[in-house]
Structures are given as C-alpha cells and as structure tokens.
Design a protein around this ligand. Structure first.
Ligand code: DAH
Length: 349
C-alpha cells in the first residue's frame, strides 16, 4: 500500500515538474542516498520472508519507472530550453541595419599623401626622421652654429641640456639623408613630418605643426631646377592656372635662399582675404643647398650641388581646403572633423 501511494505521489510530482532544477530536486528526493525509494528499499528487512520477493520487485518497478520518466522529462526540458535559446538569439534579417560611419584620413594626411604621390612620380623617395633630434642635425650641420641668432627665430623645445631637442624643422632630415648617401648622388627625397616650436596656439600657429622637407642633390643643380620642380607640384595641387613666384630670402643652410609664393587661386591675383589683398600667398622656404651643408654631410660642393625646400603642410591644406583655423587639424571632436570627411559610407545593405 505504501508503495502504491509513493508511486502515485511520484508520478504526480513528475507530471508537474517544469524545469531542470526542479527535476533534479525530485531525483534527489526519490533516488538520493536518503531518497524515498532508497529508503523503501531498506525497509525490506521488516517485510515477512514470503513477501520479500514481491516487495523487492515492486520497489524495483517504481525505481525503473522513476528513472525512465526522469530521462524522458529531462530530454524534453533540455530540448525546450535549447529551442527557447535559439529563438531568443535569432537574427531578424528584415530589421533595418544600423548606420555605420566609416573613418576617413585626416585632411592634413590627405594633403601630405597627395604631395608624396607627385614627388614619387618624379623619382623622389619618401623618408622619415626622428622627432626627438640632436642639436647637431637640427642646427649645427645646417650651418647654424651655437650662439647664432638664426636659432632665436625657432623657439626650440630643448629636452636635455643643449644637445637634445624636439626638432624645430624637418631640415635635419636633409643632413641625415646625405650622411646615409655617403657622398653618392643623385639624392632625391621628401620628408613629411611633425615639427615643434614654443609657439602659443592660435588660428595660424601651433606648437606642433607639419613640414614637408625636400632635398635634391646631383650635378649642375641650380635655382631654375628648384623653380621648375616647385611649379609642377603647385600646379598639381592647386590647379594649372596657378603661378609661382620666388622672393629673395635668407636661410643659413641655403644660398641663395628664397620664399615661394603662389598666385592666389581664389581671387586670381585681384586681391582677397586669403591672400591678404596682395594676390600672392607664401607656401614654402627654399634655396640652393649651402656648400657648407654639403661639405659637412660628405658631399664635395665642387662636384655636387642641390636644392632644398620646406613646405608648411597646414598652410597648404588650409589654402587647398579653404580652412581658416589651423586648430581644426588637431581637433578630436568628430562632429567638426567629419566635415572634412569625403569617405563617409552608409551601410544600407
Ligand atoms: N626649415 C625652414 C623653416 O622651418 C624651411 C626651409 C627653408 C627648408 C629653406 C628648406 C629650405 O629646406 O631650403 O623655416
């Protein structure tokens, strides 16, 4: 009688079980060490001998019944749980997709790449140099000895004593390139890179800015080669109709030295805000490499000559893209920066 009751209760409980945890609790309740069926089994010793066999068989039946029901329910519950999980993870392919905004190169980077391409097409290599530089390369070997007043114009960040600094110009790369060239020519390189000066930041100044340095060393190089080269790059970047003009200037490392102006592509020389009503805009310093510089870097000025130039990259980008505040290039506010993106793509698939 006791067995029948237990069986009835057991089946009832199994019927109502609706999760795996509860099912396991039932397994413990019935088949565990102190489970109800286990306990029933141990009662066999109190059963009269002649009934022992039947009693044992019936307990076994209940145990088997429990086990088979348990297995069946477990399978069913596991399958249900899996289906539920799959349903919750299903991807609704009919939902509209989220808009993905692609990044784009910084506009200054784009300009530099354009300049690099033009020079590479003319056989120049693009080279690199350290931003933490030695005084020797940044000044001395460019014909600017210690104590020379030309140093004052470049408010330099010194890092260690008087010897290590943040380069104030990309011109030291000229020296490094020639030293590597070991007196052999032709040398044709450009070096775009960051430079540093102790300037207060405003719309036209930045303590960190970019220059694009250029150097060519070969036989019989003159100012007219420089002019021709600059003319090509200017026309490629700003348009065929734009003219170049060289004004005499002074740099320690070039002789003669010039300042490169381009005719204002905006007003075509009539005078506007961009060119400050002069019709011309200055974009670079340049000149014929000073014999002292050639000599110090291992090139005999009796044999070799060269020209060099240094473009202000921000200046060129500001002109080309009509930007009136240099700080925009170093801005990390995406709302502003993305105004210059040309590569914004939407994922409308
Ligand atoms: N380094 C100069 C500056 O920062 C620019 C410059 C002038 C570079 C003449 C040159 C050059 O290579 O020949 O103002």
């Amino acid at each position: 009688m006791k067995i029948d009751e237990l069986k009835k209760k057991m089946l009832e409980e199994l019927e109502h079980v609706d999760d795996l945890k509860k099912l396991n609790d039932l397994r413990v309740k019935y088949l565990g060490k102190k489970g109800l069926i286990t306990e029933l089994n141990s009662e066999i010793k109190n059963v009269p001998n002649e009934e022992k066999k039947v009693f044992g068989q019936r307990v076994n039946e209940v145990r088997t019944l429990f086990q088979s029901s348990y297995d069946e329910i477990k399978n069913r519950l596991e399958e249900e749980a899996l289906n539920k999980k799959l349903a919750s993870e299903a991807i609704d392919i009919s939902l509209p997709s989220t808009k993905v905004t692609m990044g784009a190169p910084n506009i200054l980077e784009k300009l530099i790449e354009e300049v690099e391409e033009v020079f590479m097409s003319m056989g120049y290599d693009v080279v690199d140099g350290p931003e933490i530089e030695e005084d020797k390369y940044n000044f001395e070997m460019l014909n600017i000895p210690k104590g020379h007043p030309a140093r004052d114009a470049q408010d330099t960040f010194y890092l260690e004593g008087e010897e290590i600094l943040l380069r104030s110009q990309t011109s030291p790369v000229q020296v490094r390139t020639m030293l590597k060239g070991k007196g052999e020519a032709p040398v044709r390189v450009i070096c775009p890179g960051k430079t540093y000066r102790r300037d207060d930041d405003d719309a036209t100044h930045s303590h960190q800015f970019m220059q694009i340095e250029g150097l060519l060393v070969d036989k019989d190089i003159s100012l007219s080669d420089l002019k021709g080269t600059i003319d090509v790059i200017v026309k490629k970047l700003f348009g065929e109709e734009v003219e170049t003009r060289f004004r005499p200037s002074y740099y320690q490392f070039t002789e003669p030295s010039v300042e490169v102006d381009i005719s204002c592509f905006n007003c075509k020389g009539k005078g506007c805000n961009i060119c400050k009503h002069t019709g011309w805009i200055t974009i670079a310093g340049a000149g014929v490499v000073h014999p002292n510089v050639l000599r110090m870097s291992g090139y005999d000025p009796e044999v070799w000559s060269g020209f060099a130039f240094g473009f202000g990259a921000e200046r060129m980008a500001m002109l080309k893209y009509d930007i009136n505040d240099l700080r925009v290039f170093y801005n990390t506010d995406l709302r502003e920066v993305s105004n210059f993106d040309r590569g914004e793509l939407e994922n409308n698939d």
